[in-house]
Every structure is written in C-alpha cells, then in structure tokens.
Design a protein around this ligand. Sequence first.
Ligand code: FES
Ligand SMILES: [Fe+2]
Length: 429
Amino acid sequence: MPTRNAEQWKQPPPGLRQGEWIDSRIYSDQEIFEEELSRIWKKCWIPVCHESELGEPYDFRTVTIAREPVIVVRGPDNKVRAFLNVCPHRGNMIEMRPSGNFKEGTPSGNPKHMTCMFHAWQFDMKGNCAYISREKEGYQERLSRKDVGLRKLKCEVYFGGFVWVCLDDDMEMNVAEWGGHAFDCLQKAVDAEPLEVFHYHKAIIPCNYKLWHDTNSEFYHDYLHYHNRITGFNDEYFARKNSSYANGHVVVGSFKVRYDQYKGFQSREDVSFPHMEPNAWYMIDMFPGVNFNLRGSALRCDLMTPLGPNEVMIEFRGLGLKRDTPEMREARIKHHNSIWGPFGRNLHEDLIAVSGQGGAMHEVAEPRRILHGRHENHTIHDEVGMRHFYDVWGQMMNRLPSDPSKPYSPPPPDLESEEQSQAKAAAAN
Ligand code: FES
Ligand SMILES: [Fe+2]
C-alpha cells in the first residue's frame, strides 16, 4: 500500500463513517480534559474503594474524584459515609493520610473525631462539626457549629461491597439504576458472600485515561498478549459477545479459558467464585473509567483517576472471598498476580502499549484519526464497545468525538441504531 502525504495522513480512510473513528485531540487537549472533569467525572458514580478496606468502625480512606479531595469513613453505626475532605473553616484538607483509623486521637484532636490540624476544628463520623477551638471567645453567638458541618456526598455500598461516591447531588439514579443490566453477568457471583481485597497497587501512566479504558474494553489487542492467545483464540473465544448498555457501560461475555494450555498454569475450577462456570471470564467496563474483570477465581477492579490529558493514576485491586482458607487465598493471589500483578503475564504488556499511545498523543501532536471501525456481529473483536463509549462521551461533553471542535451529533442512523438498539435491548432484558 502506498504511503500518504501530510494531508492524506490526516484524513480518515474513506470507507469508514463518523462514529467509526475519533480525533486524537480528545486524548491530549487540556481544555477538553478540564471539561471532562466537570461534565463527566463529577457527574458519575465512582467506586472509590472496597468496604473491606474500611473493616472497622472509624476506619477511613482518602481519595480524589476530579481533583476534589474525598474521605470515606465507617461510623460507629457501621455505616460508610463520604464527605468532601475539606475543612469548612479555611478550606484545608482535613485528613492527609491515605488511610487509617480515627479511634485514636491526634496531637490536636480527640479520639473518634476527624480533626483539621490547622486550627483544630473537629468533626464526628456523620460529618457534624463537634468542636471549634475557643468558639465562644472568637465567635460569641454569631457562628453555630451546626452551620459548619462537612459537605456530605452521595455514597452507596453496592456490587460486591464496593464503596461508590458521586459528587453530584442532583444525580437521580442510584448505583443499581446507573449501572443497570451491565452488572447482571457478575451480580450473583460478587454478591453471594463478603469479598476482601487481597492485592493493591497503583501506577501513574503517561497516557490519557480513556486509552487505559479502551485497552480494558477491547479484546482485538489480545494479539499483544501471548498468554491470551495460547489460552483462548478458539471458536468459543471468537464467539464471545461484546454488548453495550445504557450510560456508556460495556460487557464482554464469557468463554472457557484453557489455562492448562499455558506452561505452568492450571485450571482454576477448584476456587471458582460462587455461581461461576469453571474457568469462565466476564468483564464489565463501566463508564467513565472503571473495570471489573472476573477470571474464574479472582476479581480485578481497575479504578482510573485522570491526572492530566496525558497522565492517569490506575489503582489495581484483586479480590477474593472473605472466608478463604490460607490455601484458597494463596491460589487466588497466584492466579491474580501471575496475569495482572505488577510482574504478571499481561499487565506490563498493556501498560507498554498505552504508554506508546500516550507518547504519540502528547499536547502538541497533530490531530490524528483513531479507528474504532471493526464490525464482527458484536463478538469479541467487534469495536462496538468503544463506539458506544465514545458516543456517550460525545453526548455528555456536547462535542463530536470525530471533531471535538464541533457540537455532538449522532452517528449515521444505521450505525447509531446498531449500537443503541443493542443497549436498549439489553436494558429491556
Ligand atoms: S482550616 Fe481547618 S480548622 Fe482552620
Ligand atoms: Fe490487555
């Protein structure tokens, strides 16, 4: 095939239509990135951690969503609540540790309270202001503690015990409604009994968060993974369904993984999650940047925190059953880490690939066309999932993914109906 000159290089292949390619500026433009934080990340439910990380009353975990500092705490009533981690006095971040417990006091604060280190205001586990230092002397009767409580955030524990937070008070859907039928394929497996995080690591990667999201949701890149080619790539694999759901979510259906085909690996059926077929593998890719991936015996959850147009922090969690015996837990850790751990078979391959994309899509790169045009009857290498994700992205941003300088408009009717009818059908089931 001939090479192309600069003008030809910028054009999409003539046989593809709007919706089958996007413009690379949506991965590199600072203004678009800022808009994404406010129009998408502040509007969606985000699973910030797992309840097993807050096992005891007064346990806490701090995170950020769209740069906003957030704290989740378990109260003495065992309820998990979320607040902005911002002091109502002068806006200091109240808790700076990533995790811990408030049962013990701090140098300037009482036990069982969150204490802002700056001027020692204190808050209880429900976010009420419990103490203002030299309150009467300074404020007389002009300021009441009840007027300076913390900013409470919408928070739910749902889907296998994940702690979901939404910054938008006007969010009308609860997590179940927002995730909808995308949860169905794994709901029984993860809700059968309590789960526990057994693995956590994080990585800061030089790429846009959507590129990591893409690599989780598309399986055409299994050509990158020797392990997946050896243990999959059979008729059942190529028939695996790729389905779109309301609100931008995508699910990849199951098939039987042939772990025994890979030297040193064994079947995982002895430690399957409840209600899972032996060696099955489901994947739920939640909008805008969360992934649940259950390979028979180990659940992986990736949470993306966008840091900049070309920088994302990814938190990787591995989960098993809380009641695991030491032997079961050891097997799950091995199964999880040998593929998805920092030195696992697949993870670094994905990270190298998206870093390569990030290296080519930096802030001053020319706009390029990124192709999402594969159609294979909604099976595993069909890029219907990415087309669906970017269509919802375009709607929320009111930008056209194939030319973000223009307002959103739907893809061609036949392409649109293909994606949307599938999402509607799935929602109706
Ligand atoms: S800023 Fe928190 S007590 Fe002053
Ligand atoms: Fe991968």
